[in-house]
Design a protein around this ligand. Sequence first.
Ligand code: FES
Length: 123
Amino acid sequence: MMYSEKVLDHFRNPRNVGEIEDADGVGSVGNPVCGDVMSIYIKVKDDKIDDIKFKTFGCGAAIATTSMTTELAKGKTLDEAMTITRQDVADELGGLPPVKMHCSNLAADALHEAIENYRGKKK
Ligand code: FES
């Protein structure tokens, strides 16, 4: 299986790993294909993602895609972050092996859920 240099870099040095204790929104999703889980924590300021962290029991591809997702999402408005798709993340990483595309679902789904969680709390 071939991984791009970017995927390997994000796998070896994942960005924004951890947990935000007083997070404004949390999204946790499970992957129906493999059973792995992903949590994303966000802090929101002026309707923008001010800080973001993630924790996962996922594989290397899940770690790399979520690391990239957090980088893409940081500083974006919530509306912009809602439009980030797994395809954007895979493209940004220089592609993923087709058998690993399901792993990239976790990142985008958990991000969107964290935003919805935040919006739900504000109501
Ligand atoms: Fe489960 Fe990749 S194999 S997230």
